[in-house]
Write a protein of this length. Structure first.
Length: 308
């Protein structure tokens, strides 16, 4: 039964987002992008649409926005290639779809959704995922759409210095969304270009169900940060398990999991929503691109740690 209540939360990555470090134009551009994502997802929910449709709509907006590391403006691999990952999960029956190392879908999240809707598999990667995209008519784009000069410059700087790739990407970020619809169902979606200079076919947590993306009848979760650590703790699934088995609130469970990640040496952030409509975001970095909206008219768009 619908109670007309809904909520949507999105993120655009966590990192060294501090006042004076983020240029004013980048600050304004990221906030505008987050706002457009809220508008897209909120329109779905306000019309009585599903949480899974809402998170897809929000993510597609962010994938088109060069202020974030997903779709257009994605990080370049060590070979100078675009390799995109995405996942989506519907909490109603734990249906999920995921893709990794794709190079042509304009909206990787749409391809992940197609995998979920087709229903045979959960995760497709590389050429097989590309073939599936073509068969399903998923909109494609060429490398010129995805690649931005700034991302090429970052890769060249990284290769010249020989520094850690994750260090370079701490000013850009993976995108994610979680939603609760008017029927009390939740969903999550995450999309990323990975990390600058990644090698050997590296895949992080974003497309891994149970790590960077999760949704069930306890909560929906999308993560951003040092993906290897989120994989090692099974971040999304662990938050849900703590809510179910220990009776913790989503805030308490998220604090515990993020604390575990930090203890291992990782850093990042998470957004979470419960079927009750309760939402939470947590991050261990100076800031996280984040925004939330609800049926009651609440709306927050924030970047820095001192904002709410």
């Amino acid at each position: 039964m619908s109670d007309r209540t809904w909520t949507l939360t999105v993120h655009g990555g966590s990192g060294r987002f501090e006042r004076g470090i983020i240029p004013a134009e980048a600050d304004a551009g990221a906030r505008a992008g987050l706002g457009r994502a809220l508008d897209a997802g909120s329109a779905v929910l306000a019309a009585g649409g599903t949480a899974v449709d809402a998170v897809q709509a929000a993510i597609e907006v962010l994938e088109d926005d060069p202020h974030f590391n997903a779709g257009r403006g994605a990080a370049l691999s060590g070979e100078g290639r675009i390799e995109l990952d995405a996942a989506i999960m519907d909490g109603r029956a734990r249906e999920a779809g995921s893709v990794a190392q794709v190079t042509t879908p304009r909206h990787p999240i749409a391809l992940a959704r197609a995998v979920m809707d087709e229903g045979t598999h959960v995760m497709l990667a590389g050429p097989g995922a590309e073939a599936f995209a073509a068969a399903r008519g998923v909109e494609a784009a060429d490398a010129g759409w995805f690649e931005l000069p700034e991302r090429r410059r970052q890769l060249e700087e990284l290769l010249a210095r020989g520094n850690d790739a994750f260090d370079v990407d701490m000013k850009y970020g993976t995108v994610g969304a979680v939603a609760r619809d008017a029927n009390g169902h939740v969903a999550a979606a995450t999309s990323t270009g990975g990390v600058t200079g990644k090698r050997w076919g590296r895949i992080g947590d974003s497309p891994l169900i149970g790590a960077g993306t999760w949704a069930d009848d306890a909560c929906a979760v999308s993560a951003t940060g040092a993906g290897e650590y989120f994989v090692r703790v099974g971040a999304g699934r662990t938050i849900a398990a703590r809510v179910k088995m220990l009776g913790e609130s989503i805030g308490t469970a998220t604090d515990a999991v993020l604390g575990e990640i930090v203890a291992l040496g990782g850093t990042g952030g998470l957004i979470v929503v419960a079927p009750s409509g309760e939402t939470a975001w947590r991050f261990s970095t100076p800031g996280m691109y984040r925004a939330t909206a609800s049926a009651e008219g609440a709306r927050v768009v924030a970047i820095y740690g001192d904002e709410e």
